[in-house]
Design a protein around this ligand. Structure first.
Ligand SMILES: [Zn+2]
Length: 343
């Protein structure tokens, strides 16, 4: 028999909030926490001895701001349908431990979370990182279905393992995020609903991206004019052919997308203010790089990521992903291709 092998959540709830035995039983029965050996933890918490601890959270439960939520190396904490674990205190975890958020389960992290274990968000599960939530560590967050299953209002620097890419009708998404690049093109009629009478379409972008741009303009105080927004397949064909004619194919390919390979055809990309790389050194360009994720955008083609994206540094080209996913990509320090695992 090994001693003092606590199931993390019970230990946290008991040791740190000083629950009485009665409260302990209540927590135990309400969360359904048990060990794999079939012991319940209600009677004598200090003598739980299992090689592997399994905990199940099926109701609302919280770890207060003065407590710590621990996940030890052999623990598996399952948050199942109806289960909602709010961690207002710290979280610590060991390599080898597991947290699984199942369909209908929710984990809310509102402060420092040291994630050295593996966290899996199954389809229909939800991880909410609060404004003061900071998830870091050597562990990983596996997204099984959609990046929408993470709501990030704080920061996440732990590794995120994306789901596999899905291609349907010639359009590829990873966890719900549309990817358009030299490897993954979109059909010529994609977003044809955005085509205007003159077909130039410049300045036109999708509503959600436009709303985000307006919010960003207001917060920054900069005008942030749209140099180029939506471009149809036909427009992109004309632009690309002109660039190849003027600069040669090799050079044109380093900054001009072939038709079907341009993010501008999605209506989710905007070239802001200036098409000069020196824009990145201006106050506005720096503000954009530091803050655009808070409004849902990423700088799509970063310095030092040319080999990954296939494009030169474009401090003016932002891609709309939504606040949460843009923040995750920004915090990862990765190019979108790397973040989505399609590089
Ligand atoms: Zn662009």
């Amino acid at each position: 028999m090994k001693y003092a092998k606590f199931l993390g959540i019970v230990a946290a709830a008991i040791l740190l909030c000083g629950c009485t035995d009665t409260q302990l039983k209540n927590i135990d029965s309400s969360t359904g926490i048990s060990t794999s050996s079939g012991n319940t933890s209600g009677e004598n918490i200090s003598s739980i001895t299992t090689e592997k601890s399994e905990g199940t959270i099926s109701k609302k439960h919280s770890i207060s701001s003065t407590d710590t939520f621990d996940v030890y190396k052999n623990d598996t904490v399952n948050i199942v349908n109806g289960g909602e674990l709010t961690v207002d205190g710290k979280m610590s975890s060991e390599k080898g431990g597991k947290i699984i958020i199942k369909k209908g389960g929710v984990l809310i992290l509102n402060s420092d979370a040291q994630l050295d274990c593996d966290l899996t968000i199954e389809k229909g599960g939800k991880l909410i990182v609060g404004e003061n939530g900071k998830v870091s560590g050597s562990g990983s967050i596996t997204v099984v279905d959609s990046f929408d299953d993470i709501e990030c209002n704080g920061s996440v620097t732990a590794k995120i393992v994306p789901p596999a890419p899905v291609t349907e009708n010639g359009v590829t998404t990873v966890g719900g995020v549309l990817i358009v690049n030299k490897k993954y093109s979109i059909p010529s009629d994609f977003a044809s609903e955005l085509i205007t009478d003159d077909e130039a379409g410049t300045g036109l972008i999708r509503d959600e991206a436009y709303d985000a741009l307006c919010a960003m303009r207001e917060a920054s105080g900069y005008a942030m004019s749209i140099v180029s927004g939506f471009r149809s397949y036909r427009t992109q064909t004309a632009i690309y052919n002109r660039n190849v004619a003027n600069y040669g194919e090799e050079e044109a390919n380093s900054w001009s997308a072939k038709p079907g390979e341009s993010e501008h055809q999605t209506g989710l990309a905007i070239d802001i203010t200036s098409l000069e790389q020196s824009y990145g050194d201006t106050e506005e360009g720096q503000w954009l790089a530091e803050n655009c994720h808070k409004f849902g955008f990423i700088i799509r083609f970063q310095k030092e990521k040319e080999a990954v994206t296939g494009y030169i540094y474009e401090p003016w080209h932002v891609r709309y992903l939504g606040k949460s996913t843009a923040t995750l990509v920004h915090d990862s320090g990765l190019a979108l291709e790397e973040f989505l695992g399609v590089n």
